[in-house]
Design a protein around this ligand. Sequence first.
Ligand SMILES: [Zn+2]
Length: 384
Amino acid sequence: MLPDLSHAEILRYSRHLLIPEVGLEGQKKLLAASVLVIGAGGLGSPVALYLAAAGVGRIGLVDFDVVDSSNLQRQIIHGSGAVGTLKVESARQRLRDLNPHIQVDIYNEPFTSANALRIARDYDLLVDGTDNFPTRYLVNDLCVLTGKPDVFGSIYRFEGQASVFYAKEGPCYRCLFPEPPPPGLVPSCAEGGVLGVLPGTIGTIQATEAIKLLLGIGSSLVGRLLLYNALDMSFETIQLKKNPDCLVCGTHPQVTELIDYDAFCGVPGFEHDEGSAGKNWDISATDLALRLKNGEKLRLIDVREPHELAISALPGAENIPLGQLAARLPELDSAQELVLFCKTGVRSTRALELLVSAGFRKVRNLQGGINAWAREVDPKLPIY
Ligand SMILES: [Zn+2]
């Protein structure tokens, strides 16, 4: 039995009711439906806004972060007044204002193997708006194991991807990528940047797919990967095949319960996400400042891109972008102590791994990057 619409709801959704493929029946289906949006950031913003506006009856939001000024360039569900508050709270307020007829449930916690089954249990489908590998594999496996569609999106700089992974009808994410890339190899938006409007495009495609799946109309992106390039303004579609040997959705699955996805996607010892190379390799900004003040001869290597030096720079540092480091190793002296840094410590951790594998031992990673230096040592430098 589908719920009835009030007069206020009939007026609100009248442009939907006019479309034969949606109509009153479709609108009732949306009202009876539930979607879990993981991440209230760049992708989650347009997804949640459009699902709420469309009248999806129950929306769940998972995020444990607070709104930061650097989010506002793309995370359009949040406003300047929400900086410093919980993302899920800020998002819920906006969604309530947009549509008071729907239910919004928030989960202020990281989405992990420990809580994913409990949180996702009553939702019809999941939208992955987090764009990181551990969560991507977690959402995929959870959806395969519980028989739900996973609406996928991914963004970087000017390029985005979208698909629907639904093992009942097509391939899953693991069919495509059985193994995650080595940690640090695929740069995150926090390190490499992203055009602010890009998650708007990809998130809107995810919302479109979610609404179509709930309505049961059209052809979904099941079995297809959509590639979008904002610079060329081009869309491409790649056909995807189910892998019969897939570890989670294949004929003889080996992954039959959720695993430790941080361990699956990471390499012990180097903690890329925190901008740390591990305590034996890290130096804090405060300690580095002290050693420089004491006149120690440390060679500072800035592995950021040249255009980032215009934002902030350390005096005396040499710029060798990470991409050039392997070719420029002869410029470095392994007898001299080197301190590598980038914006937050992620790229410099990768640079450190490269140098360590080339035999360098007197090498340090500035933990937290030049942003940590701005926080701890020199507040005149901007944080970006
Ligand atoms: Zn699969």
